[in-house]
Design a protein around this ligand. Structure first.
Ligand code: FAD
Length: 528
């Protein structure tokens, strides 16, 4: 069977792509490893899982009926509510009939003679398609470090990104939580509220800002809905795809009192707006340090034990250079007598034993281990598929020294393969729904135009790809991002090349570049 397109993944990217392909009258099918739609929000059912972008902004804009009718209940939507939304979208647009669930695409090979992609799945399906569109997500390849003895642990272990659907009862349990990134920071306060004892193993303290989540006021909802068109347009043109009213002024030019007032105001407001308190926080180390120290002072204020407060205070990277976390009561959790923090930089984990976690200094008994250890980000899900392009070139080989793409949309030598939110696009540095919609719309328009012109194949020009890859790295070099050992750089995966993967230039500027490429007849692409 030959399809016009196969989409891999049925999260927000895959669902919208399928909808647009159908709208173009193309035959399309999506494959999804999970048993349902929603991607991230299908898998990440850990307690406290919640969006860090306000719910009225973290939602599709492509259907006005949908955005007018859907009611969000909280300022930041919880995982169950986002999953309900994804399921509603799947039903509303009748998407499920073209999604094959519980089926992982394992191989995709480009057949040059037939100009087709030939795919294989873990269920033995074989399918051919003119276009292969990956919607595999940036944060879908869950990663657990290879601790010696891990398999010997007698109790249950759970990765936050593969959480059991029936939930987990922590009552009366001694729980070891490994990892203090965004997922750990969301989950720890809730686990600590139920468990008998929690031991948190921290490698890197992260900056976390108060979410100040609350029920969404009906008036606010009505206000936003009345202006959705205009607000969505502002988001699309912004740097991060959110409504954030960044202050362009310099932190260094402000007086101490002005700075304190500004930081306090945004801390009190809650959410990601804090990073926009001043215009030079992301680029000037001295300005950044002022914001970083403000957060550290807050940690010292909240956490009773000065030693624990210091351990929780990030000092080895600028604020914002790793993913900023939002929390509800995270730092205060360490005031509970039942919660212990272990700094694994000073006291590394040596092994998992049948009954707990052994560090250099002590044995920490545990009945359950929660791995909040993150993802093999951006490239992990793509390289999880054995993809071969022209001349049998494998994507794993091509990207051995780091991903190379043109606009994060295509990689040379792999014709008719599009990568939604691929490395080299703003993706994880933005409100991802904005970036997903932009990529899906661009790809849909491209397929439509090429069909009208009788063009059968599109590929990235290697020279354009070289220039874009260099540009992505150069722009990141002007910021403080590369100063942190972050997953943006692949630093969390041993042996992964250190390349800054997302595009820092902002979603607005990036969109303009993509539109320009279209207007110039797909400049930088080779059409045949
Ligand atoms: P995903 O939702 O990751 O979906 C990809 C799907 O592809 C998955 O279901 C996966 O099973 C499937 N898949 C992958 N490989 C294969 C294969 N080979 N075969 C078949 N199926 C495959 N973004 C924000 O903008 N704001 C936030 O606050 C935010 N919070 C987040 C919190 C967490 C805990 C995580 C993990 C991510 C968060 N994100 C956030 C990012 C989030 O991933 C995106 O917002 C968005 O959900 C991505 O949608 P997607 O469809 O691109 O990818």
């Amino acid at each position: 069977m030959t399809l016009d397109a196969v989409v891999v993944g049925a999260g927000f990217a895959g669902m919208y792509m399928l909808h647009r392909l159908r709208g173009l009258g193309l035959s399309a099918r999506a494959y999804e490893t999970g048993a349902g739609v929603g991607g991230t929000w299908y898998w990440n059912r850990y307690p406290g899982a919640r969006c860090d972008v306000e719910s009225m902004q973290y939602s599709y804009s492509f259907s006005d009926d949908l955005q007018q009718e859907w009611e969000w209940s909280e300022r930041y939507a919880s995982q169950p509510e986002i999953l309900l939304y994804a399921e509603h979208v799947a039903d509303r647009f009748d998407l499920r009939r073209d999604i094959v669930f519980e089926t992982r695409v394992t191989r995709a090979a480009y057949d040059e003679t037939a100009n087709l992609w030939r795919l294989e799945t873990d269920r033995g399906d074989r399918v051919a398609a003119r276009h292969l569109i990956t919607a595999v997500g940036c944060l879908s390849a869950a990663r657990v470090p290879d601790f010696p003895g891990a398999a010997s642990f007698q109790g249950p272990t759970h990765h936050t990104g593969r959480w059991p659907h029936e939930g987990v009862d922590f009552t009366g349990r001694r729980v070891a939580v490994i990892g203090t990134g965004s997922s750990g920071i969301q989950a720890i306060p809730i686990i600590a509220g139920q468990a008998e004892r929690v031991t948190v193993f921290q490698r890197t303290p992260n900056y976390s800002l108060p979410a100040r989540n609350r029920p969404l006021e009906p008036d606010h909802q009505t206000w936003v809905k009345a202006r959705y068109a205009e607000l969505r347009a502002t988001m699309r043109e912004s740097a991060a795809g959110i409504l954030a009213d960044p202050n362009p002024d310099s932190a260094l030019a402000a007086t101490e009192a002005e700075r304190a007032r500004a930081f306090e105001a945004r801390w009190a407001r809650g959410g990601l707006a804090f990073v926009g308190t001043f215009g030079d926080l992301a680029i000037n180390p001295d300005a950044n340090e002022l914001a970083a120290e403000f957060v550290r002072a807050k940690i010292r204020e909240i956490v009773a034990d000065p030693g624990v407060a210091e351990l929780l205070s990030p000092r080895n990277h600028p604020i914002g250079s790793k993913r900023i976390c939002l929390d509800t009561g995270y730092y205060a959790t360490y005031n509970r007598p039942t919660v212990t923090l272990v700094d694994v930089r000073r006291d590394p984990i040596l092994e998992i034993t049948p009954t707990g976690v052994r560090t250099a200094a002590a044995e920490h008994p545990a009945d359950m281990i929660v791995y909040a250890t993150g993802y093999d980000a951006l490239t992990g899900p793509l390289l999880g598929i054995d993809i071969t392009g022209k001349g049998g070139l494998s994507l794993r080989r091509k990207w051995a020294a780091g991903p190379r793409t043109y606009l994060g949309l295509m990689t040379a030598g792999f014709p008719n393969l599009f990568t939604i939110t691929g490395p080299g696009s703003p993706s994880v540095l933005s409100n991802m729904i904005v970036s997903i919609e932009q990529h899906v719309d661009w790809i849909a328009e491209c397929l439509d135009r090429l069909r009208a012109r009788g063009v059968a194949t599109i590929d990235a020009d290697p020279l354009a790809e070289d220039a874009w890859t260099a540009h992505v790295s150069e722009v990141a070099g002007h910021t403080l991002y590369p100063r942190a050992d972050s997953w943006y750089l692949g630093a969390n995966v041993p042996g992964k090349p250190r390349v800054f993967m997302p595009y820092v230039g902002g979603v607005g500027a990036y969109r303009m570049k993509c539109d320009e490429v279209t207007a110039n007849g797909y400049e930088g692409f080779v059409l045949s």
